[in-house]
Design a protein around this ligand. Structure first.
Ligand SMILES: NC(=O)c1ccc[n+]([C@@H]2O[C@H](COP(=O)([O-])OP(=O)(O)OC[C@H]3O[C@@H](n4cnc5c(N)ncnc54)[C@H](OP(=O)(O)O)[C@@H]3O)[C@@H](O)[C@H]2O)c1
Length: 297
């Protein structure tokens, strides 16, 4: 249901829009599509389902075919039409072109881009390998930047489109024991806010999502499942985060911090002095690396 607020948001987003006739001709006869990187699991998958629920045709991008197929079925159940999947490592330099090709073969064009694919790294910085650090920067920073650049260059001449970059509440603070990950999310927050300002009123919605901890396999995968933050902070469901994200995008919000506690934490992090924040966050993020007692089966 389109609300009055959404109409107002739409008018605001388009206040300086000047679509180029050639760009509009290029998409004549094509249908708009939403592309969700990292859409096979976790937050990305929940956003893909939520977008399908709002009537979007969805292309889910991730690497593992098994998870992609499961996500495709879930997205189709949530929406009304077929969903598409693309097995692709988005850190490939040709990722943008591969996505365009997959869309064009179905007579679709990129109208919404959600950059959700991301990985984390936990533990002492010096304990991490350069290969792991390179992988993190390649995905969380470089791939997101390239795909955003690629999408924005075609959306602006059409004066329509949506870009949602997934950062984290971690973007607001330095993260001892997840240093590179938190720094990468600060980059995403800064980049996205800056682009939203640079392109304001030209018809493209650009938003950044900054959730606190979310119940996905992400923390286990980065070896942080013993850290205190998962017990000390409220952990949201990916579905709730997705609802908040899609609502925020429709209302043309630039920074979307889901949940009740999230906005307060984000505000506190902006006003509290860094010397207070650093040790506090370090205490929450430090993994418990004492040997675990084997559990009786
Ligand atoms: N979970 C949280 O608490 C939390 C909180 C704040 C922000 N975030 C951010 O939210 C985003 C999603 O996190 P999540 O919790 O949903 O993680 P997740 O459950 O681990 O899902 C990650 C997704 O990214 C895909 N992916 C990973 N590497 C990829 C690559 N190179 N190319 C293409 N796809 C790739 C994965 O599929 P394949 O492995 O099959 O490729 C999967 O679909 C991340 O950017 C994360 O930083 C998470």
């Amino acid at each position: 249901m389109i609300t009055t607020f959404e109409h107002l948001a739409d008018a605001w987003v388009r206040r300086r829009a000047a679509p180029e006739p050639e760009a509009l001709r290029a998409i004549q006869g094509l249908e708009p599509a939403a592309v969700v990187t990292g859409g096979s699991r976790g937050i990305g998958r929940a956003i893909a389902e939520e977008l399908a629920r709002h009537g979007h045709r969805v292309l889910i991008v991730a690497r593992r075919p098994g998870d992609l197929e499961t996500a495709r079925q879930a997205v189709e159940r949530a929406g009304t039409g077929p969903a598409l999947i693309l097995s692709l490592d988005v850190t490939e330099p040709t990722a943008g072109a591969c996505i365009e090709e997959a869309l064009a073969s179905e007579r679709l064009y990129l109208d919404t881009l959600v950059n959700s694919a991301g990985i984390g790294l936990s533990g002492r910085f010096t304990g991490q390998t350069t290969a792991d650090l390179d992988r993190l920067v390649a995905l969380d920073v470089t791939a997101l930047t390239r795909l955003t650049h690629h999408a924005l260059k075609s959306m602006l001449p059409r004066a329509r489109g949506n870009i949602l970059n997934v950062a984290s509440l971690g973007a607001y603070m330095p993260g001892p024991y997840q240093a590179a990950y938190y720094a990468s999310k600060s980059y995403v927050l800064s980049l996205t806010e800056a682009l939203a300002e640079e392109t304001a009123g030209r018809g493209v919605r650009i938003a950044v999502l900054a959730p606190g901890p979310v119940a996905t396999g992400f923390h286990r995968d980065m070896g942080a499942d013993t850290a205190i933050y998962l017990r000390a902070l409220p952990v949201m469901s990916p579905e709730r985060v997705a609802r908040s994200a899609v609502r925020g995008l429709r209302l043309a919000r630039r920074v979307i911090v889901p949940g009740l506690a999230g906005p307060f934490i984000a505000y506190a992090l902006r006003v509290l002095p860094r010397p207070v924040i650093r040790p506090l966050v370090g205490g929450l993020l430090q993994p418990d690396d004492r040997p675990q007692t084997p559990r009786a089966r």
